[in-house]
Design a protein around this ligand. Structure first.
Ligand code: H79
Length: 488
């Protein structure tokens, strides 16, 4: 029996800890950069079809919103008065080992987000500066937020809400000019005993009525995929206009199964982007034979790239330590400063920033998330030119005082000053093209003079006594000739 279970349980046990990067005692940043280099060889390149798809909107977009919404949202990390110990509110079913029947009776039957207003959400995202949306159409609990003919375990047929959340949001996003993507948990589905689980015990707790001789194995996995996962992906691709497919936690997935998912996406919409969690665990060393299975690299959950890669990346970050809305048990929200810094470092690292929040059980945007979004919007209003359509940091290293990136034509270098120099002297190393002029990007400081001297590739700036922006002051450096950054 152990042998039969190995393929379905082992990948899980080995690969589960991909949430945060392991810090090294002396220099965690260096340790992260080293692990990053080891994972991604510099000769990895996207296939030409992916290049073409990425160039349509993704690479210039830089900023998306990630939404974890589901039957777990009203629980907010608490079940029957018990707060969750773990970080992820969307894991409630597994954390509390709620049997499927009980989950349907006690959780799904109470999912009724009466204040959900897709148009209002889309307006918030648009005002925040996000260019695309990725929402959980089905998370690990297996409950679909779209109308499905495969099972009534979906929002329209199985909840009192009865409205197709994916349809309403897809239409609202496209009305507002936002690209629309869905997260679909293709492998994990706790409503299906044949799919991968963290342990045998967990299968039995969530499915107590299983026959005594039930075993989960490759065959039950394929049966689950054939019965539910492939058909639901087909439904999503046929019944909705999907611009991006976000797969996750590919436990037990085989290449031929990944190919089957890809075929369903491609034949319905050849432009649809696919992230890199259809197959393999992201902690592994990335190999050329993987490249056909994705358009861009999903970095690890909450991982900010330390530098640019030869591949296009996206960082799935969150406003808090959870993805689903969590109001009970341990939870910490990022400060606005942390969010802006993580966003800017991600973009300067050549990647996209996918910022998650969990809507509340009533369907409203979490006010703490909204406040952070408004802060980001205010910063972008002044500094958006240094984000959208830009290229990664062209300097030899990430500077100690912040970060840097480059306009598309290479003629403007943006310096993101996060740590303001006490003496006003900012030294920028590696500016090889000749500097023409230096100014601040924020309109309120457009007339403030910035004195500079250039000594070879060393640019010396004299800044005012205090920062223009408390989080990140952007200094715009105009160059006489385009900066040609090295490719990786
Ligand atoms: O959707 C979000 C997560 O729910 C999902 N990926 C992001 C985008 C995810 N699934 N698995 N994992 C992340 C990694 C698993 C982490 C775990 Fe744990 C550590 C599972 C068990 C230990 C955290 C702590 C979750 C449950 C307990």
């Amino acid at each position: 029996m152990k042998k039969i279970l190995a393929p379905i349980l082992l990948p899980l046990l080995c690969g589960l800890a991909f949430a945060e990067t392991v810090p090294s005692a002396d220099n965690p940043e260096q340790a992260h950069a080293d692990s990053f280099k080891k994972r991604f060889a510099s000769d990895l390149r996207h296939p030409p079809e992916s290049e073409a798809r990425l160039n349509k909107w993704f690479r210039d977009g830089k900023f998306g919103v990630f939404i974890h919404f589901g039957a777990y949202s009203p629980l907010a990390g608490q079940y029957k008065g018990n707060p969750m110990g773990g970080p992820y509110a969307e894991w409630a079913m597994m954390a509390f080992r709620i049997p499927l029947k009980e989950y349907r009776e006690e959780v799904v039957s109470k999912f009724n987000p009466q204040d959900f207003d897709a148009d209002e959400w889309a307006r918030v995202f648009k005002e925040t500066g996000m260019k695309y949306v990725v929402i959980t159409s089905k998370h690990h609990d297996g409950f679909a937020l779209f109308k499905s003919g495969v099972t009534d375990y979906n929002v329209v047929d199985g909840s009192p809400f009865k409205r197709d959340i994916i349809k309403e949001l897809e239409q609202a996003c496209h009305r507002h000019g936002l690209k629309f993507g869905v997260y679909y948990s293709q492998a994990f589905d706790w409503s299906e005993p044949g799919a991968p689980f963290p342990s045998l015990e967990a299968i039995r707790q969530i499915h107590p009525d299983l026959p005594a001789d039930f075993v989960a194995n490759d065959k039950t996995m394929e049966e689950y995929l054939a019965k539910k996962s492939y058909p639901q992906l087909e439904e999503l691709m046929k019944n909705y206009k999907i611009d991006l497919l976000w797969f996750d936690t590919p436990a037990s997935m085989k290449p031929e199964q990944g190919r089957r998912f890809l075929d369903i996406v491609r034949k319905n919409n050849p432009d649809c982007l696919v992230n890199s969690r259809l197959l393999y665990w992201p902690k592994e060393e990335w190999k050329p034979e993987q490249l056909e299975f994705f358009d861009y690299v999903s970095l690890e959950d909450k991982e900010v790239p330390p530098h640019k890669l030869s591949l296009t990346t996206e960082s799935p970050d969150s406003v808090s330590t959870s993805y689903g809305y969590k109001a009970h048990g341990p939870v910490r929200y990022h400060t606005l400063q942390e969010i802006i810094h993580r966003f800017v470092h991600t973009v300067c690292g050549g990647g996209n920033y996918l910022l998650n929040f969990g809507p509340m059980g009533n369907g409203k945007v979490d006010p703490k998330a909204l406040e952070l979004f408004q802060g980001v919007a205010a910063w972008i209003k002044d500094n958006g030119e240094s984000i959208y359509g830009t290229q990664a940091n062209p300097l030899p290293a990430r500077p100690a005082w912040g970060d840097a990136n480059l306009s598309k034509d290479g003629k403007t270098l943006y310096l993101h000053v996060m740590k303001w120099p006490a003496d006003g002297k900012l030294v920028v190393e590696g500016v090889t093209p000749k500097v023409e002029s230096v100014s601040f990007l924020a309109p309120k400081a457009a007339d403030t003079r910035v004195a500079f001297t250039q000594d070879g590739a060393i640019l010396n700036l004299t800044l005012p006594g205090s920062a223009i922006d408390p989080h990140d002051t952007v200094v715009k450096v105009s160059l006489t000739d385009p900066f040609h950054p090295k490719t990786t």
